[in-house]
Design a protein around this ligand. Structure first.
Ligand SMILES: Cc1ncc(COP(=O)(O)O)c(C=O)c1O
Length: 351
């Protein structure tokens, strides 16, 4: 497979001169800082001082991440949630009204939303009924204007991991970028595709602080890719896209990895409990195998059950209208107590 990144990037971005911030131009930390038009007296808040612009390239967080993920800091991008790198990939690689991308429904909804916002055509190649990639159909759908292929593993909303050999085949056969969204990778037995970055220059791996790390509110997503891809993402992003509080808390979290691992173990144990208990219920039609922190379950009278759950203040996600997800409700694995409330309310609906 020949891969030429320069051919893939929208031509007008190849020579883009990025914004040069005060912190790009002077990197020292000591002195009287009168270069960024900040408020030198401090912040108008009860606590804390946020008057200084944050590190535009989040060096400390990336150094710590690099140790954990085994990927050099220059191959890491941080964004405002995973949504930012998803949107940036469309803006960098897809020419509106000309280029297209492939996704494999049922899958995460933001790929299509970002494509629509950027006026980029979506090509859908549905997963198989057991939620695996149909690689031959995907490759047959590629056109000369297909720039991106998004695959999600473990997949939202089905919960399963995609077969590694299928994703490898796509990486080896598709000349555009293969974006592997690993938002739920911590809950999976499968290893991250980050290990394949040295081998595949067309690979982008997305991860997030929103799930296993328990930091959805902070809005911090990660992209791992070649240093060339990361460099162009850094050029196109807003200068200070990750605020200082988020950087500080992400760093704190990364230094507390044992707590993350403990939460993951608890969530996986609770997922097993939920699966076992649901399997005993006669009105449960199918429990889809999950490698994530949620389970997709097909119920009898799913629409009515979903409404009943809401009436009883148990909020799940109806997926009944989603392709291949007939009669399905997606339920996040909660705490022991929350799962008990969910199960008891489900049972009371059918009694
Ligand atoms: C597959 C997938 N990718 C990305 C995200 C978004 O993550 P973030 O909170 O980092 O934007 C989600 C959120 O639900 C998701 O399901």
């Amino acid at each position: 497979m020949s891969f030429d990144l320069k051919q893939l990037i929208r031509p007008h971005l190849l020579n883009l001169k990025p914004y040069s911030s005060a912190r790009d131009e002077y990197k020292g930390t000591k002195g009287v800082f009168l270069d960024a038009n900040e408020n030198s007296y401090g912040s108008v808040t009860t606590e804390g001082n946020y008057s200084r612009y944050p590190d535009p390239l989040q060096h400390q967080v990336k150094e710590e991440l690099s140790k954990i993920k085994g990927s050099p800091a220059a191959q890491i991008f941080l964004g405002n949630g995973s949504d930012e790198p998803i949107d940036l990939l469309f803006r960098i690689f897809c020419e509106p009204l000309k280029d297209n991308f492939i996704q494999t429904p049922p899958t995460y909804g933001m790929y299509q939303v970002c494509a629509d916002i950027n006026n980029v055509q979506t090509i859908n190649v549905n997963l198989s009924p057991d939620f695996q990639l149909r690689t031959a159909e995907i490759l047959a759908a590629v056109t000369p204007h297909t720039k991106l292929l998004f695959v999600c593993s473990p997949n939202n909303p089905s919960g399963n991991s995609l077969k590694e050999e299928d994703m490898i085949l796509l990486l080896e056969s598709f000349k555009g970028l293969v974006v592997v969204d690993e938002a739920y990778i911590d809950f999976s037995a499968q290893e991250s595709f980050i290990k394949y970055l040295p081998k595949y220059p067309n690979l982008v791996v997305l991860q997030t602080f929103s799930k296993a790390w328990g930091l959805a509110n902070l809005r911090c997503g990660m992209a791992f890719a070649s240093s060339e891809i990361i460099a162009i993402m850094n050029k196109v992003k807003y200068p200070y896209n990750i605020n200082g509080l988020t950087q500080a808390l992400a760093l704190d979290a990364l230094r507390n990895i044992a707590k993350k691992n403990d939460y993951v173990a608890r969530i996986i144990a609770q997922r097993k409990v939920l699966e076992t208990d649901l399997a005993r219920l006669p009105f449960v039609k199918r429990i889809h195998p999950s490698d994530a922190n949620f389970i997709l379950v097909a119920f009898e009278n799913a629409n009515e059950l979903f409404a009943y759950l809401i009436d009883h203040e148990v909020i799940t996600r109806s997926r009944t209208k989603v392709i291949l997800c007939d009669d399905c409700i997606r339920v996040t694995v909660g705490t022991e107590a929350e799962n008990e409330v969910f199960l008891n309310t489900v049972k009371s609906f059918y009694n």
